[in-house]
Design a protein. Structure first.
Length: 148
């Protein structure tokens, strides 16, 4: 099976994404939309058949994720901000791309905490050319204290 492998660096990411039928700005836009505070817009970043694994969720679904997003965003006084992910490596072939990355989340309530998660996202391009996250796995080294 032929595929493409690219390491971190904006030039390499750009070449990879262009080969996949888009550009690096598309990937930045996809991840940048996580900053939105509208739950529906965030949920639309994920494929309908999404499956994911987090520290305490072994086989999450899109419905489960969207329900959790609704709950978290409804928390009074909570502010969340994801930094642009640090992309370590990208692999791709056709309409699939695998991205190994580090997420940094800053959460604020009465206190402020920043945590990082190591993860891997599997992106799939739909027939209309839109990329969405179909699978992901992420692990944090510790829970975010502001989200307790």
């Amino acid at each position: 099976m032929g595929g493409h492998r690219r390491r971190s660096g904006s030039r390499a990411r750009g070449r990879f994404i262009r080969r996949q039928g888009g550009d690096y700005r598309t990937l930045q836009s996809l991840y940048g939309r996580l900053q939105c505070e509208e739950p529906t817009a965030i949920c639309n970043l994920f494929a309908p058949d999404l499956r994911y694994t987090l520290d305490d969720i072994l086989n999450g679904s899109r419905d489960q994720l969207c329900g959790n997003i609704d709950k978290v965003l409804a928390t009074p006084g909570l502010t969340l901000r994801y930094a642009e992910p640090n992309i370590h490596e990208m692999l791709g072939s056709g309409d699939l791309a695998v991205v190994r990355l580090t997420w940094t989340l800053t959460a604020e309530t009465t206190r402020r905490d920043m945590t990082t998660d190591e993860g891997m996202d599997v992106l799939r391009r739909t027939p209309d050319g839109v990329w969405s996250t179909a699978r992901y796995i992420a692990f944090s080294t510790r829970p975010n204290a502001a989200l307790k």
